[in-house]
Design a protein around this ligand. Sequence first.
Ligand code: NAD
Ligand code: TYD
Length: 351
Amino acid sequence: MIKKILITGGAGFIGSHVIRRFVKRYPDYSIVNLDKLTYAGNLENLREIEDYPNYSFIKGDIVDLGFLSELFTTEKFDGVIHLAAESHVDRSLENPAEFAITNIVGTLNLLQAARINWKDNFSNKLFYHISTDEVYGSLEHGGHFTEETPVDPRSPYSASKAGSDHFVKAFHNSYGLPVIISRCSNNYGPNHFPEKLIPLMIHNVIHNKPLPVYGKGENVRDWLYVEDHASAIDVIFHKGKSGEVYNIGGNNEWRNIDLVKLLCQIMDSKLKREKGTSEKLITYVKDRLGHDLRYAIDSSRLQRELGWSPSIDFPKGLEKTVDWYLNNREWLDHVTSGAYREYYQSMYHNR
Ligand code: NAD
Ligand code: TYD
């Protein structure tokens, strides 16, 4: 039975949901969160479980191989769930090299540290890599990405994630390292950094700021509630087959403009504003470079073979998300003002 699990990127959006789930559901596991605490890493996301005895946090960088080798030697992990990454497409357009370094070199270093520490004796070990549907490229108006769709990344972000996927597969082929890759569609929900579409729009509606829709707003994304992604990761980690790829998605496609309008309606009602108030904030802005038109993922394999299915439908999930942001304005204020960075100092200065 796997006992000690390293989760990377656990202070980020998805990682914090995965950590909360594992720490609460598996008291017999020791969960170690390794995070560099970049702008996207926020330990306030983990307040609820930070004092659990089966949880610990280590601040560190996956790009530092010496540090990782030492960490693997002292901690003796049985499994790795790897989420740490640079994750925002717009930032990748500004600084592609940073994405190559973190996402490709960082993943390669983790693979090396695991392989060397596990000394090629891989029984009961697993390296689980969290990837994205964006590695498959962009779809026109028909069809879905399946696990057999060729990888065809189009942004620096997706290229760096595809590069990391290739290294994960190479370590399986070349050294026999037990690995699994999952590729999920766009996530939404609590703790999402307000640079991504949904939390950015929520934040701007609250503050009566323009809602910047790229291009004509006709790009399509397939949205999944973040806790459904965490439950899929749980199922795949425990029941998935080594060497396999699993797609994860909600079968829930929305054009950006329709999504933003639905969000505006929910916000008007929650904020008791006159109908149509928030929609007036919509502003069409210059399109993203190389903007992928459509993502849509076929997750039938995961549903059929491992019995997973999403549990939260979109309007309900979106309402839950809006409620969370309205009830956690302090979180949003800390993130937008940068004050969340002080939390690490106050919590961890003596650890
Ligand atoms: P995020 O940007 O919210 O969090 C990333 C975390 O990684 C942060 O806590 C950050 O501090 C940490 N990190 C970054 N560089 C690091 C380094 N060098 N060493 C250690 N830690 C580092 O990202 P997210 O949205 O939670 O995404 C998590 C993973 O899931 C990523 O691998 C991403 O590619 C993948 N993914 C995300 C989505 C989505 O919709 N957000 C969808 C599919 C897959
Ligand atoms: P995003 O949340 O950045 O996720 P991704 O690019 O990884 O899919 O963007 C989701 C969609 O929303 C994408 O088509 C770009 C678009 N978008 C806007 O129209 N305005 C914005 O301000 C942002 C951040 C995104």
